[in-house]
Write a protein that binds this ligand. Structure first.
Ligand SMILES: [Zn+2]
Length: 175
């Protein structure tokens, strides 16, 4: 009997018409249709929204300031005017462990740029496309969440957290 059987959740991808047909089929059989909301159904779920750092707000650019050619922000995202609590005051001594710290800082810059809508700027998208065309393995660029870190950020972060002299910077794998 239907009411006594164990239920399991079946996730299937359907069109609105198919969904309607399923509703009719269930109604026809007098089955209870229990739709379980799943994350994929939420409108345009972006991977960004998983990031706990990311809140839903946009920081407006200051039109009075000059636009940085790298990060497309006004002023440049790495400008002292954008200083955050987690920014370093001065560079630390060169060290092998700096690469891990750089990764964390790139992540935070990524969020700052996200809030300024840089990742959706058509100029940035075009630039990323070109970079990927030249270097499909993404080996020579710094990426975070599939986004290309602008040169100003990379320079600043490497300045704060330098490698040892003999240790080359090797792009995203080693940052
Ligand atoms: Zn910049």
């Amino acid at each position: 009997m239907e009411g006594t059987e164990n239920k399991s959740i079946l996730a299937i991808e359907v069109t609105e018409t198919q969904r309607e047909t399923i509703r009719h089929l269930f109604a026809h059989n007098e089955w209870e249709l229990n739709e379980v909301p799943i994350r994929e159904n939420e409108a345009q779920v972006q991977e960004n929204q998983n990031d706990e750092d990311v809140q839903d707000f946009v920081i407006n650019q200051n039109v009075e300031e000059e636009e940085c050619i790298y990060c497309l922000c006004r002023p440049c995202i790495s400008s002292e005017k954008n200083r955050q609590m987690w920014w370093l005051e001065d560079p630390v001594a060169p060290n092998r462990s700096n690469s891990q710290r750089r990764k964390d800082i790139y992540k935070r810059f990524w969020t700052m740029l996200f809030h300024r809508n840089v990742w959706r700027d058509p100029r940035y998208i075009e630039r990323k496309r070109n970079a990927l065309r030249q270097d499909p393995q993404r080996k020579n660029y710094i990426f975070h969440r599939r986004d290309l870190m602008p040169k100003c950020v990379v320079s600043k972060v490497r300045y704060w957290l330098p490698n040892l002299n003999e240790q080359p910077y090797m792009g995203h794998m080693w940052e």
